[in-house]
Design a protein around this ligand. Structure first.
Ligand code: FES
Ligand SMILES: [Fe+2]
Length: 461
């Protein structure tokens, strides 16, 4: 159901107004706005706690949605494999001798054994089950059954490995357990068009963090798709980013965005910092990238200065030419959500991708992954994908080598709320959560899209 009226907006300057004061014209995709009012009913807490609801998601949603499984640089050579798992479902992703990437159900056609365990990767020249040695070619054709005189009923024709749908975009390998899935391009529009200028295929995984959380996967994702929590959870960020002016766009059931201007302060900071103070505060972060002394010139804004500094210094560090990027592309944060569990930040200052999945196969545990995708050197060899660093629920992001400790503190603040929220779902006497109309519309969208999948009368598999 669509509602006719747009939601109320803050009277403070919007992200649109702020970026239009920049030194370079704003790209068309950042001039777009798509505010929507999707209703104001409470969302039942049991959607986060009920085993029956989790089972429905596992049966009807995770089996027929596109999910990014790995990056192409995780499996660069023929024979390389990667295992992507979502709850009990498991996909073996293999690069064939023809360099094509294929996805197979990760379960042996003899007695069901997984070929490789969840989260593992590596290389082989054939797909061989570790139990009795049934073996398939890299393209999934049956190759060998030991003592096949005893298996006349096992024909090569009928025993190819079952395929899952697989497509690549922007250097990401996406899988969909539904063999008849709609094309990825239709599913994720308009994201590819919005990201044309960013060359995501030309990035590499500089850092990969996995964090275990005590909460439902939706609660974990929802903690990152609104900026409303910044005033209470991250007060230190109010000095360099505009929380209240953040723009929330609903493009369709699968794709939404927030767009937050950096290099300005929150309207809640009074008196506002000077432009020089803003630059000084932003440089508190990764000085190895940003350098120490930056002076704001006469008539310049902190945004323009920061964009210029980042363009030069990130360009030098990663050996790429960033001159084509506008100020907003360099310093602001736009975050795209692709249903169900991908969040992608294409812009250059925080070039990240997140993924949220049930940890193991439980309604109240989540594995949150954060990957930093930096531009690979132009003309140079692509650096290998960083190995994941695993953090338990209690371990701090600030302990991860190579991760800016200022950012680490922000993620500790975010994830620190989630056990309390999950426990509060169970303690509540009110049946559900009450959402803000504009700033939390992406939370509501997630539930409404999920319902569309759960209402399907038959599971996809
Ligand atoms: S279970 Fe795989 S070969 Fe027996
Ligand atoms: Fe946050």
């Amino acid at each position: 159901m669509k509602y006719p009226q747009p939601p109320a907006r803050s009277a403070t300057p919007s992200a649109q107004e702020l970026v239009h004061n920049d030194g370079r014209p704003v790209p068309a995709v950042f001039e777009l706005e798509s505010p929507q009012f999707l209703g104001d009913e409470d969302i039942p807490f049991e959607r986060y706690t009920s085993e029956a609801f989790y089972e429905l998601e596992m049966e009807r949603m995770w089996t027929c949605t596109w999910q990014w499984a790995c990056r192409e640089e995780h499996i660069p050579e023929p024979g390389d494999f990667y295992v992507y798992e979502i709850g009990r479902h498991s996909v073996l992703i293999v690069r064939g001798n023809d360099s094509r990437i294929r996805g197979f159900v990760n379960s042996c056609l003899h007695r069901g054994t997984k070929f490789r365990s969840g989260g593992s990767d590596g290389g082989f020249d054939e797909i061989r089950c570790p139990f009795h040695g049934w073996t398939w070619d890299l393209d999934g054709g049956l190759k060998r059954v030991p003592y096949d005189w005893d298996a006349p009923h096992v024909s090569q024709r009928d025993f190819s490995l079952p395929r899952v749908s697989l497509e690549c975009w922007g250097g990401f390998v996406f899988v969909n357990l539904d063999p008849d899935a709609p094309p990825l391009s239709a599913y994720m529009a308009p994201m590819p068009e919005h990201m044309e200028n960013f060359d995501l295929a030309g990035r590499f995984v500089e850092l990969h963090i996995e964090k275990e959380l005590h909460c439902n996967w939706k609660a974990a994702k929802e903690a990152f798709i609104e900026n409303y929590h910044t005033q209470e959870t991250h007060p230190q960020l109010l000095y360099g980013s505009d929380d209240e002016g953040t723009q929330y766009d609903v493009f369709n059931d699968h794709v939404s965005r927030f767009f937050c201007a950096f290099g300005v302060s929150s309207p809640s900071i009074d008196p506002p910092p000077t432009e020089q103070e803003l630059v000084d505060m932003m440089l508190v972060g990764d000085r190895s990238v940003l350098g120490d002394t930056v002076i704001v010139g006469e008539g310049e804004s902190a945004r323009i200065v920061m964009a210029r500094v980042l363009r030069a210094q990130l360009g030098e560090k990663y050996q790429v030419d960033l001159s084509r990027f506008t100020d907003t592309e360099m310093i602001d944060v736009s975050q795209y959500s692709l249903f169900p569990n991908m969040l992608l930040f294409p812009q250059l200052s925080l070039p990240m991708v997140y993924r949220f999945r049930p940890l193991g196969d439980a309604a109240d545990r989540t594995l949150f992954e954060l990957l930093i995708l930096r531009p690979a050197p132009e003309g140079g060899p692509r650096p290998p994908a960083a190995r994941p660093v695993r953090l338990t629920e209690r371990e701090s992001f600030t302990t991860v080598a190579g991760f800016d400790p200022v950012l680490g503190e922000v993620y500790d603040q975010d994830t620190g709320n989630l056990r309390a929220q999950q426990e509060g779902f169970l303690a509540a006497r009110k049946p559900g959560e009450t959402l803000l109309n504009y700033q939390e519309v992406r939370v509501r969208l997630l539930h409404q899209t999920l319902d569309r999948y759960l209402r399907a009368s038959e599971p996809a598999l």
